[in-house]
Design a protein around this ligand. Structure first.
Ligand code: HEM
Length: 222
């Protein structure tokens, strides 16, 4: 392993980069090994961990899921009942989605209570708002995918609420549904948004979020 690392390092000089990323000291007030109160500073990291879990379980689910009205429900049933660990994977993915929303809320609450949204971190708060919308978007689009009664009607209600947005609401709702009613096109669109569009946007916004945290450091306690 050492020789492989040296071969790569001689050519790419990764040493300083890795040391910049890995040898960054954690301030005492955010260090769980120093104080249990630091747990509130770990909420953001917990959200990130859950999101990684969602990617992992989501990729496995995609091997069997079929995004068409004829097969979606049957493929989810097949995943749950026939594939190895399929029931576990689907449950972790479903519970993880709720856990992500709850943890993002707790993370935001911590940022508000410690005043960490203030100068110089306003921009990171704005990036955070987009992250919140993205996490909500994942839940909204993912909910339709099992294509059962609850999924169908929850999406119908959700898209009708979007239609209520002044000026652009009607256009947005039609674009999401692919017509005037939830149907085959809606399922395809929600699937593509869920597994392609949102992950790409999430990667970009998370990179911006983490870059700013590294540049500015974690805020000090009040
Ligand atoms: C995908 C969702 C998110 C992830 C993975 C994430 C991750 C993180 C992480 C790891 C930190 C470092 C400190 C900590 O964990 O508390 C952090 C800090 C921060 N986050 Fe988030 N975050 C997310 C969503 C949000 C949201 C929704 C907001 C606000 C609207 C937000 C605003 C901030 C701010 C202002 C900081 C700097 C706090 C400080 O310096 O004390 N984040 N985030």
């Amino acid at each position: 392993m050492n020789r492989i690392y040296q071969f790569i390092d001689e050519r790419l000089h990764l040493g300083p980069l890795i040391s910049e990323i890995a040898n960054h000291p954690v301030p005492d007030h955010a260090n769980l090994l120093k104080t249990p109160k630091a747990i509130i500073y770990c909420f953001g990291g917990m959200v990130f961990f859950i999101l990684l879990l969602q990617v992992l379980t989501g990729v496995f689910l995609m091997f069997y899921y079929v995004p068409s009205p004829d097969h979606a429900y049957a493929s989810v049933t097949y995943i749950r009942q026939e594939t190895a660990f399929g029931g576990l994977l689907q449950s972790v993915h479903r519970v993880g989605a709720s856990a992500a929303v709850v943890m993002v809320m707790l993370h935001m609450l911590r940022v508000v209570l410690t005043g960490s949204y203030k100068n110089p971190r306003e921009l990171n708060w704005v990036v955070g708002v987009f992250l919140l919308l993205l996490v909500a978007g994942f839940s909204f689009t993912g909910y339709l995918l099992p294509w059962d009664q609850k999924a169908y009607w929850a999406t119908t209600v959700g898209v009708n609420m979007i239609a209520g947005i002044p000026l652009i609401g009607g256009f947005l709702a039609d674009a999401l549904r692919g017509g005037s009613e939830v149907g085959a096109l809606t399922l395809t669109r929600f699937f593509v948004i869920h597994v392609m569009v949102l992950p790409a946007l999430l990667t970009i916004f998370l990179a911006a979020h983490f870059f700013m945290i590294r540049r500015q450091g974690i805020s000090r306690p009040l």
